[in-house]
Write a protein that binds this ligand. Structure first.
Ligand code: HEC
Length: 105
């Protein structure tokens, strides 16, 4: 009897784990792919630049170097971001994303 309960518990926990794995695997396939750079923009830069604290960055066709420069050096109230905040590869993606972004309607 207790063995049967133990077995049922084992099966239940395996099924639970399988369900968890499936749930965790879901967003990766369901969500549209956005680059690390774009994610960084949305998580960090947008807090100021889409909240009226900093000027709008999207859709202005600013050169990529403008973004890499300001991000590494800061600008008045805007903090500088170090390699430990955003690495060069992600910063390049971010700059390319912002530089090419279409104007917001
Ligand atoms: C804490 C708020 C804040 C955050 C976070 C922030 N900025 Fe800024 N940013 C500003 C402000 C304020 C200015 C305008 C400063 C000024 O002109 O004195 C600015 C200016 C800029 C400029 C110059 C734009 C222009 O028209 O002169 C660029 C480019 C820029 N930010 C890019 C970024 C990027 C990319 C990120 C994300 C990595 C970011 N900023 C994160 C506040 C912020």
């Amino acid at each position: 009897m207790t063995e049967e309960i133990a077995l049922k518990l084992k099966i239940a926990s395996i099924l639970g784990l399988a369900a968890l794995v499936l749930t965790l695997a879901q967003p990766a396939t369901a969500q549209p792919q956005i680059s690390q750079g774009q994610q960084f923009y949305q998580k960090v830069c947008a807090k100021c630049h889409e909240a009226g604290i900093g000027p709008v960055l999207l859709g202005r066709g600013l050169p990529e170097t403008t973004f890499t420069y300001f991000v590494r050096h800061g600008n008045g109230p805007m903090p500088a971001f170090r390699m430990t905040d955003i690495d060069d590869a992600t910063l390049r993606e971010l700059a390319s994303y912002l530089s090419k972004s279409p104007a917001k309607p």
